[in-house]
Ligand binder design. Sequence first.
Ligand SMILES: *Cc1c(COP(=O)(O)O)cnc(C)c1O
Length: 470
Amino acid sequence: MIILNKKKLFAMLPSVDEMLSDTRIEDILKDYPRSLVLESIREVIDSKRKLIVGLDDEKLEKFTIEFDEIVESSLESVKIKYSLSLKTVVNATGTVIHTNLGRSLLSEKIKDDLWHAASRYSNLEYDLEKGERGSRYSHLTETIKRLTGAEDVLVVNNNAAAVLLVLSTMAKGGEAIVSRGELVEVGGSFRIPSIMSLSGANLVEVGATNKTHLKDYEHAITEETKVLMKVHTSNYRILGFTQSIEIEELSKLGKKYDIPVIEDLGSGVFIDLSKYGLSYEPTVLDSIKQGADIVTFSGDKMLGGPQAGIIVGKKKYIEKMKKNQLTRALRVDKLTICALEATLRMYLDEDKAIEEIPSLKMLTYSIEELEDKADKLYKKIEELNLDATIKIEDGFSQVGGGSMPLETIKSKVISITPSNINVSLLEKKLRLSKSHIIARVYDNKYILDVRTIFEDEFDIIANELKNIKL
Ligand SMILES: *Cc1c(COP(=O)(O)O)cnc(C)c1O
């Protein structure tokens, strides 16, 4: 009897051909690959078949096969299969330069420039004046000169690559002197000593972890010394009894012995952000002014541009780097060059840079602006009448990206404590929702830091909260 019933149900399942002749499936075939549509249909029918096999007597009686539901499930499945794995998320963590969430965001103002560079031919490596081959790096030279006073510029994949290229060009087979206090590891396993050995330069460590004096560098100089290197320890601090040599003193020493001085700044800062209440970070301009021959930094940390490693400094060294075979392997594409040029151009007007470069804007919000954002988000959530305690509270954001590790910036957050479900379940549901909201859980509260949330995401957040039905 049961077997008979199940057979009947199996027979009622639609065939793939029947499915394919449904108008909704015909429609979706216009926009999605046939292979994915077929795969989805087969999977949905198959899952129904398995479901029937597992049914007990009682459930079997009530079981029905809805053709429409099978079609809808198939459509849904096709869309999920075809969606990109790299998805937009809402960053409600308050960490501005969040490496896991894509670090810096590009300004909306440059989207047309980017699209043109992507979809049209360009003078990427073509000198329009001379009508002959040009250099892809030339597009950045004028702006970098203006902003930093450096003679030349080269851009590679990221700052790790920049350090590798600089050392490989300037110190291979020789010695590079670095303070023990600066032999850092940066997130994602970038270690100065490892990069050093990869480049073929021999690391000469000087000083102690907490203290390095100028004479330590001086005593270590030999015939083999190719560079003096300073690494900005942006992602940690040694506090207390410490001493390190500033780039100005190190540069004087370099000049005395005719040895080039390089500085890995990590985060590329162009504006002194202490004016906006953040702690002082050395700017690229300062480093060049104080005598560094070569400076390297990331494009997507405090600079707020695309992922890139930027090398600026003396033309004679950069010319040599351009001839290094590694440069070809670490080459950046036109989208990076375009995004970088367009972002750097904004820095020509400091106020404009602060206003239009998302990372800078987020880092420099006034507390009134944050209060205003918090009020707006609070109202939208309050209207939902959720079964939860919702408050506006003081909170702390972080710069992120390994920058200013001790810096916590005052912020405003919305805290949600659900009455009926566990707060970590709420976090999970929102993370896995269509809008992928990423936030912190702290002290049994779900914390939305408004610093990193765009205003047009307020409705999205409210909508997802509504769907969860707290
Ligand atoms: C972040 C950082 C790097 C690595 O930069 P990426 O652009 O992530 O490759 C290197 N050096 C320092 C000091 C850094 O802070």
